[in-house]
Write a protein that binds this ligand. Structure first.
Ligand code: NAP
Length: 242
């Protein structure tokens, strides 16, 4: 059975990707941290898309939990193969560097960057054995250009971009592609408090993006036909670069 694991699948961009993967015929593993109600809502929408899946609760910032829950699932389901991994779960905790606490730095780095290593490492061995895999990392415009007030978040996302390019070179000959999606401003809980009216003036397309528009790009990277595209960063940002 071909499976897709989406971290942070209970809300926002991850939720839209879960529903998209279901429509493409994947058994969807919906990871979430704490919001069981929203995770169940995603699962219900996966079912509505004629798909199937299950919830997998673990904190991507906690390597022991990843080993226990995800490692346990892999061991218990040898007949299921995770063909598509979307490292999407992420947080921001903004502050000017001068005022940034150690906890703010550590938590953002653990959630956005360390999670890539601990989750992907677990999935990779089966992809290598199957000689097929699609790894998609959700990064950010912030990791490409850097944003004031986000030294922690920009560093984490830039780190994932570097890892995407390095891993793509390691596993290319084994049929595994590794790419990154860099959203600009997307309408989710993460952008809830932002002044959309003011910010959209900066965006050539003149609006915030929708989670479904990021999911569409994820489906492209996930497709078997995208086999010759790896180590890339695709911006989904309405043309916003400055
Ligand atoms: P969101 O609406 O805030 O949703 C975050 C999701 O991640 C939720 O499902 C949440 O689970 C999960 N999550 C958070 N911390 C987690 C942890 N430690 N372990 C497991 N799951 C965790 O965020 P979003 O806007 O969809 O963002 C998704 C990704 O896109 C992030 O990597 C973000 O950095 C990136 N991004 C977003 C934007 C944007 O404009 N929205 C722009 C650029 C990049 P619970 O529901 O259980 O809390």
């Amino acid at each position: 059975m071909k499976c897709a694991l989406i971290t942070g699948g209970s809300r926002g961009i991850g939720k839209a990707i879960c529903i998209k993967m279901a429509s493409l015929g994947y058994y969807v593993l919906i990871n979430y941290k704490s919001n069981l109600e929203e995770a169940n809502n995603t699962l219900a929408q996966v079912m509505l898309a004629d798909g199937n899946g299950e919830l997998l609760q673990f904190d991507v910032a906690n390597k022991e939990q990843i080993k226990q829950v995800l490692g346990g699932w892999i061991e218990a389901n040898p007949e299921k193969h995770i063909e598509v991994l979307v490292n999407n779960a992420g947080i921001r905790d903004d502050s000017l560097m001068a005022w940034m606490g150690e906890e703010q730095w550590d938590h953002v780095l653990k959630t956005n960057l360390d999670s890539f290593f601990y989750v992907t490492r677990l999935i990779l061995s089966d992809m290598l054995a199957q000689k097929y895999g699609r790894i998609i990392n959700v990064v950010s415009l912030s990791g490409i250009k850097g944003l004031a007030g986000q030294t922690n978040y920009s560093a984490a996302k830039a780190g994932v971009i570097g890892a995407t390019k390095a891993l793509a070179q390691e596993v290319g000959r084994q049929g595994i592609t590794v790419n990154a999606l860099a959203p600009g401003f997307i309408k989710t809980d993460m952008t809830e408090g932002l002044d959309e009216k003011e910010l959209k003036a900066l965006i050539p397309v003149k609006r915030f993006g929708l989670p479904e528009e990021v999911a569409h790009a994820a489906a492209f990277f996930a497709s078997p036909e995208a086999a010759y595209i790896t180590g890339q960063v695709l911006s989904v940002n309405g043309g916003l670069y400055t």
